[in-house]
Write a protein that binds this ligand. Structure first.
Ligand code: DC
Length: 219
C-alpha cells in the first residue's frame, strides 16, 4: 500500500527530526521541502523578487535532487551552505514568489510519485499532498524552537545568540503565515502534536500510534 504523511509546522518545531525517525521505523521515504526553498534562495540570492523572468531562468538552469539527507545541486552536496541564518531568512522571502512555489512543488511531487513518503514543510497537508492519508501539525514555543535552531547552527559552527534567534523565528513565522500564496496553516484534518517539554521519543511514539491505527484500518 502506498501512503503519504504530511508534517507541517513553524520553523524549529522538530518536523525533520520526527520525520526522519518515522521514515526509518516504517521503511518509507523522508524528504524535506524547506531544503528546496533554501536551495532556491541560495541560487536567487540578490535577485529582484518581482523579476519572475530572471527567477525562472536562474532556477531552470540548475538541477536539484534530494539524496540520503542531502540536497544535491548540479551534483554537489549543498547542506552546509543552506542551513545558515542568512539563507533561512532568504528562503522565507523567496518562498512567497508563486513561480518558486510551483517549481519546488513540481520537484516534490515527482520525487514522491508512486512511493510511500513522509514529507515535512509548511503547506504539505494543505497544498502539496492535500489528499495525504495522514497529516500532522507540530507546535512548540518560540524559545524551544530558538534553542533547537541554536543547536543546529552550532553543528555548522555558526554562533548565535538565543534572543536574536527567537526574534528571527518570530519574524519568519509572520512571513510564512502571512504570504499570499500557500501560507503556513494547519490543515483542517491535521492532528495537532505539541512538542512542548517532550523528548523526540515521546513525540515519535505519539505519531507512531496514529500511524499504526491507520495501517491497521487499511489491512
Ligand atoms: O523548513 P525550513 O526552515 O528549512 O524552511 C525554510 C523556509 O522555506 C521557510 O521559512 C519557508 C519556506 N518553506 C515554504 O514556504 N514552504 C514549505 N513547504 C517549506 C518551507
Amino acid at each position: 500500500m502506498i501512503y503519504k504523511i504530511a508534517v507541517d509546522g513553524p520553523a524549529g518545531s522538530g518536523k525533520s527530526s520526527l520525520s526522519k525517525v518515522i521514515a526509518a521505523n516504517n521503511n518509507i521515504l523522508f524528504f524535506s521541502s524547506g531544503i528546496f526553498y533554501r536551495a532556491c534562495a541560495f541560487i536567487l540570492n540578490g535577485t529582484d523578487i518581482n523579476d519572475t523572468q530572471k527567477i525562472k531562468s536562474m532556477l531552470e538552469s540548475h538541477v536539484l535532487k534530494f539524496q540520503d539527507d542531502f540536497l544535491i545541486m548540479d551534483g554537489e552536496k549543498m547542506n552546509q551552505l543552506l542551513f545558515t541564518n542568512e539563507i533561512s531568512t532568504l528562503a522565507s522571502t523567496y518562498s512567497s514568489v508563486p513561480f518558486v512555489r510551483e517549481y519546488v512543488n513540481n520537484i516534490l511531487r515527482s520525487i514522491a510519485k508512486d512511493k510511500s513518503v513522509i514529507l515535512e514543510g509548511r503547506d504539505i497537508g494543505t497544498v502539496v499532498f492535500k489528499d495525504a492519508e495522514l497529516k500532522f501539525y507540530l507546535k512548540a514555543s518560540v524559545l524551544e524552537r530558538a534553542r533547537r535552531r541554536q543547536k543546529d547552527l552550532e553543528k555548522t559552527s555558526e554562533k548565535s545568540n538565543l534572543l536574536y534567534l527567537a526574534k528571527e523565528i518570530i519574524k519568519r513565522d509572520w512571513r510564512d503565515k502571512h504570504r499570499k500564496m500557500d501560507p503556513l496553516k494547519k490543515a483542517k484534518d491535521a492532528i495537532v502534536i505539541s512538542t512542548r517539554n517532550k523528548t523526540l521519543l515521546d513525540v515519535t511514539s505519539e505519531v507512531q500510534i496514529r500511524i499504526n491505527e491507520f495501517l491497521k484500518c487499511k489491512k
